[in-house]
Design a binder for this molecule. Sequence first.
Ligand code: PLP
Length: 399
Amino acid sequence: MSTDDKKDRLGMSSRAIHAGEPRNQYADAITTPIFQTSTFVFKNSKDIEDYTKNKKERFEYGRYGNPTELIAQKRLADLEGAEDCVVFSSGMMAITTTILSLVRTGDHIVITDDSYKKTLEFCKSYLKRFGIECTIVPFGDYDMLEAAIKENTRFIFSESPTNPYLNVFDLPLLKEIADRHGVMTLIDSTIATPINQRPLEFGIDLVTHSATKYLSGHNDILAGAVLGRSDLIAPIRSLHKSMGGLIDPHCCYLLLRGLKTFPMRVEKQNATALKVARFLEGHPDVERVYYPFLESHQHYSIAREQMKGGGCVVTFVMKGELADANRFMDCLEMILIGPSFGGAETLITHPATVSYYDYTREERYELGVIDTLFRLAVGLEEVDDIITDLDQAFKRAKK
Ligand SMILES: *Cc1c(COP(=O)(O)O)cnc(C)c1O
């Protein structure tokens, strides 16, 4: 039995540590070496011929591949249950390179409105310049989604769960609709991670991740990935070599290092977030809580069916006005104010004054970004300390 066969039988936590690691190849080091090199040299003309004519696999130039990067790609593919993976310098680089590799002038794409702001902007504004039409459909309206599909539709793109309301896409239904019309499906699975959801198992064609979030998990790097069948990944990898959105080897090492604790981090964050969500739901100063594993969430049953855990993001609406929201934030002691999620530190964001500060109140409200909306991303601290901090901030905010 080959090592890879044995590895197939390992659980997620073991695979997060061992998958893709040719450990005894490099000076018997236990950790993955950082190949801080831009170029790889040939020994002689025979070596060149083996590479060019005989198609021997090896490294040539940094933009075409690096061993540290290759190990990260193998490990991520293993965790997501994908045949192949490309790692990028950021989540947006993964999304934009993937989309560009799929479309040509005259094509049409469908994307749901509950998508990452920069993904929507790219599809709406930039693709238009190249004659690629984009229809944005309301998340969860499957009739409108199906009606939006045209003869030239190349793919349907959505996030699941979404940000900040954690809406969950019915993946089997998406697959059914897409198959009826012969279009591809892409899911940005960043908020779920391969621990909580594996879209490829539902027949989704390509999965993207911002590895900046849970996969690296320490709020210290930006990275992205796309995963799927080898024949679908090949053209993306090819374009990646031209676009050049490479992850650097040191950054890639940090991703691999983060991945070793990724399953246990997510398991803990699932448990912490559910407790915090229940606490918030029972709190007199809280109007509403959005968490996919709370019975009150509109997609609770879909979430329970296709996800293993609810993840670390808990969204809530505080009672009161903008001034109350600001006072509440100012009273937090341990919880830090900042974007992102999936890291060790618990973070809170106030979309009304940060991501949507340049929108009018009406525009924000149309998007559901109301004055007292908060997105809490639980970290790895003790759950009781997170709850205590929230509770004291609610109390002091009232004074
Ligand atoms: C953060 C994020 C992105 C963008 O990823 P970067 O690594 O910041 O480029 C895309 N989609 C989702 C759902 C995200 O949370």
